[in-house]
Ligand binder design. Structure first.
Ligand code: FRU
Length: 483
């Protein structure tokens, strides 16, 4: 492929061809970030699941590698994770170290946990002969193991989705696992089955305090409809997760329709210190029908995740694009302060290449500002509109003609603006098939696929209900990660 097909992302990871869903096995090892993913090599719809594989040095420019894991007697290879076994706790590495992957063996609804290891930096995998390492305990949805090393208890921890809860297991060797506890009853969103959990500890910015983040996806009933992610904040002692009291019923990870099955990298070195995750950029409502060819689905950009205490006193998850994105900057798109009025005006020509645009507006007295992207001057209706007022930001792809392929795709998604501050900032990262919005430096994010018309010149257009509203615009054009 030349990566020039309609809607083919130039910034986001896609397989060259065929179906992809969740990110799996994300781990950093010996200078490479590994991304495995749910993959159906024989079709553009979900089917017998394999683990596809790619590696990168910057999490943006990926090299495709051969399929890592294929279905076997125990079933398909569903989602899971990978870790570096630094001290050969498993005994697989002859006293050295290497990668161990944990995944779900799925024979229909009969789901069990298995492991595999690699002696050659993930290029080839040996399935453990004693699989499954956790047999099915008569639970229908029992899957998506995420493993981490817990230093205080000197144990491996596995967090696993089980029905509408998560379960924690512990191990000293990645092979024998002991059930420890469960979490989820009576808290969080329960509109569907829980999937793809993740668990890690983060420092609250500018403090010595740390918190544990438990991220859990939900197959239906998420904030924007269909599948999406929620998170819990609390304490974890190696056995049990205890949630902090929260003013909100559900803490949503992202307010768009297309951010699912989030997973963070394991083993990013301590000197780097970042926690970085990415998600599958689709929604189970219509994932199998999104009109792209010869591949289907992309990953979100990798995001750095951190915790911040807000002016209201609560701790909040912050997501920002990884700083490596700046290395892709080719040239400046715009760097000036403009004035918007009721009458729409062109802010700039919209580049064909991926770009970042930062808008900054005074929030005092702010009524409503509208930005339209993919705006063609001869067909005003064909646009993505982003509206901002003092309380919320919305992204609307309803009017885009190619949105009509599925009833759940035309949608307006809304993110609240939480903090009272002098400025509202919006960072838009626009690729050929998606728009990711970071509100107020990542306090809220909204990720949506877009299917714009092809081969059209577009403009970015703005209007404001306040007269002469000043907007600082800073934009950069990015180079393709595939060239
Ligand atoms: C989430 C999910 C996982 C499962 C995988 C199968 O999108 O349903 O729970 O392991 O997809 O492809």
């Amino acid at each position: 492929t030349n990566y020039e097909e309609p809607y083919r992302p130039h910034l986001h990871f896609t397989p060259e061809s065929q179906w992809m869903n969740d990110p799996n096995g994300m781990v950093y090892y010996e200078g490479e970030y590994h991304l495995f993913y749910q993959y159906h090599p024989d079709g553009k719809e979900w089917g017998p699941m394999h683990w596809g594989h790619a590696v990168s040095e910057d999490m943006l420019q990926w090299k495709h590698l051969p399929i890592a894991l294929e279905p076997d007697d125990l079933g398909m290879i569903f989602s899971g994770s990978a870790v570096v076994d630094w001290h050969d706790s498993s005994g697989f590495f002859g006293g050295g170290h290497g990668l161990v992957a944990m995944y779900t063996s799925a024979d229909g609804d009969f789901q069990q946990q298995s492991i595999a290891y690699s002696l050659d930096k993930g290029r080839s995998w040996i399935k453990y002969e004693g699989n499954p390492v956790i047999p099915n305990p008569v639970i229908k949805d029992f899957r998506d193991p995420k493993v981490l090393w817990h230093e205080p208890s000197k144990k491996w921890i596995m967090v696993l989705a089980a029905g509408q809860e998560v379960m924690f297991y512990t191990s000293s060797n990645l092979i024998e696992w002991t059930y420890a506890s469960r979490f989820g009853e009576g808290t969080g969103a329960h509109g569907g089955v829980w999937e793809c959990p993740d668990l890690f500890e983060l420092q609250v910015r500018d403090t010595d305090e740390t918190k544990w983040v438990l991220q859990v996806d939900i197959g239906e009933g998420a904030i924007a409809g269909g599948s999406g992610g929620q998170y819990f904040l609390g304490e974890f002692d190696g056995e049990q997760f205890v949630e902090d009291p929260s003013a909100e019923d559900v803490l949503w990870v992202d307010y768009g329709k297309d951010f699912y099955a989030t997973q963070s990298f394991s083993d990013i070195p301590a000197q780097d210190g970042r926690r970085i995750w990415l998600a599958w950029m689709s929604n189970w409502q219509y994932a199998n029908q999104v009109p792209t060819d010869p591949w289907r689905s992309a990953m979100s950009l990798p995001r750095e995740v951190s915790l911040k205490r807000t002016v209201r006193g609560n701790v909040k998850l912050i997501q920002q694009p990884i700083r490596e994105v700046n290395d892709l900057i080719m040239n400046t798109l715009m760097d000036e302060t403009i004035k918007l009025n009721k009458e729409s005006s062109v802010i700039c020509k919209q580049p064909e290449r991926p770009f970042i645009m930062n808008f900054k507006l005074k929030s005092e007295e702010l009524k409503k500002v509208t930005f339209s992207l993919f705006h063609s001057l001869n067909d005003q209706k064909e646009a993505l509109t982003i509206e901002v007022d003092r309380k919320e930001v919305s992204v609307n792809r309803k009017e885009m003609k190619h949105s009509q392929f599925h009833a759940d795709f035309p949608a307006e998604t809304i993110a609240p603006i939480e903090s009272e501050r002098e400025w509202v900032t919006l960072q838009l990262i626009v690729d050929r098939g998606s728009v990711e919005v970071f509100v107020n430096d990542g306090e809220q994010t909204m990720t949506n696929l877009v299917l714009p018309k092809q081969n059209q010149p577009f403009s970015i257009v703005g209007s404001s209900e306040n007269n002469e509203l000043e907007v600082e615009c800073k934009g950069h054009i990015l180079k393709s990660v595939w060239t």
